[in-house]
Design a protein. Structure first.
Length: 314
């Protein structure tokens, strides 16, 4: 598998031969503060279809203690630095068997890394973190392989809908392109799940004739745009690979006048690449970067069987 293909693994969960252990995964039926009775069937389904990897709850509590009171951009950057050195796990969401909501703060692919950071910053409890992850990861919050947001473009739309990402800003030198999103159905052999005729048909139907508009910073415009970017911004590598929108993603962190990238990289784990522009220009098939900005919402609360963004449960 070449380096370009490895980068895709975190975005569209390409097939990689990575051994995964079932031990260390704890069913999340022990989520605290859930009501003992009167919960809706959808809540019970949510609990049943979730797993929490061992160590995730304690890492969440530590992470929340480190960012208390910080502005959202500083909080994202602090969390990215906290997880430096965490191991890389390709196809981290693609476990055998039926789709489950997987919560893991111990190892990451690139997409899981930015998603979990955003959910930590936006929730004030572990239950809220789990619920927001569900809403970010799955279309309409419905847990299944076919409703998972496999493409960065769709994940951003979901995060904007939840209010945790700002509406896409116009960066200096920004460009626009019109492209198809059909990489998964065009590369069925790379996705073990798509060997199922039903899942393949579902994905193929979603991708049939689909085209999107992508706003991105071309490589040539990066230097002029750097002063507009800040710690905590999320980046994705816009790629020329046909059928894909981006090939990799991570978090920007300022170190004085220099802007670095912290990301989960194949074979390296969560790492810091000094100079975002130098790093981006080294990525195969990169044409630029998509930049999105996290924003503060009222803390995401989990109240019994309801998930609210208000300050108190009703």
């Amino acid at each position: 598998m070449d380096f370009t293909a490895l980068l895709f693994a975190g975005l569209t969960t390409l097939s990689l031969s990575v051994g995964q252990q079932d031990s260390g995964i704890i069913p999340s039926g022990d989520l605290q503060q859930l009501p003992a009775g009167g919960a809706t069937s959808s809540l019970f389904q949510f609990i049943e279809e979730s797993v929490v990897v061992e160590g995730t709850r304690s890492k969440f509590e530590r992470a929340r203690s480190l960012i208390r009171g910080l502005p959202v951009n500083e909080a994202i950057a602090r969390l990215a630095e906290l997880f430096l050195g965490s191991p890389y796990l390709a196809m981290s969401l693609d476990q055998s068997g039926r789709e489950q909501l997987r919560l893991d703060l111990t190892q990451f692919d690139c997409m899981l890394f930015v998603e979990q950071l955003l959910a930590i910053v936006s929730a004030d409890s572990f239950d809220g973190f789990a619920e927001l992850t569900r809403r970010l990861r799955y279309r309409n919050g419905e847990i299944s392989y076919c409703t998972r947001q496999h493409y960065f473009h769709d994940w951003v739309g979901s995060a904007q809908l939840q209010g945790v990402l700002a509406a896409s800003p116009a960066w200096p030198g920004q460009a626009r392109r019109h492209l198809s999103l059909n990489f998964m159905s065009s590369h069925r052999d790379r996705y073990p799940a798509l060997q199922s005729p039903a899942l393949f048909d579902c994905i193929a139907e979603l991708e049939q004739g689909r085209r999107i508009d992508q706003h991105y910073l071309p490589l040539a415009a990066l230097d002029d745009a750097l002063t507009s970017l800040q710690s905590g911004d999320i980046f994705a590598v816009a790629t020329r690979v046909e059928g894909l929108d981006v090939s990799h993603t991570g978090v920007l962190v300022r170190d004085g006048s220099r802007l670095d990238a912290i990301h989960a990289a194949p074979g390296r784990g969560v790492m810091r690449s000094r100079s975002f522009t130098t790093y981006l220009r080294s990525v195969p098939d990169a044409i630029g970067a998509v930049i999105v900005r996290p924003q503060r919402i009222s803390q995401f609360h989990f109240c019994g069987n309801e998930a609210l963004t208000s300050k108190s449960c009703r």
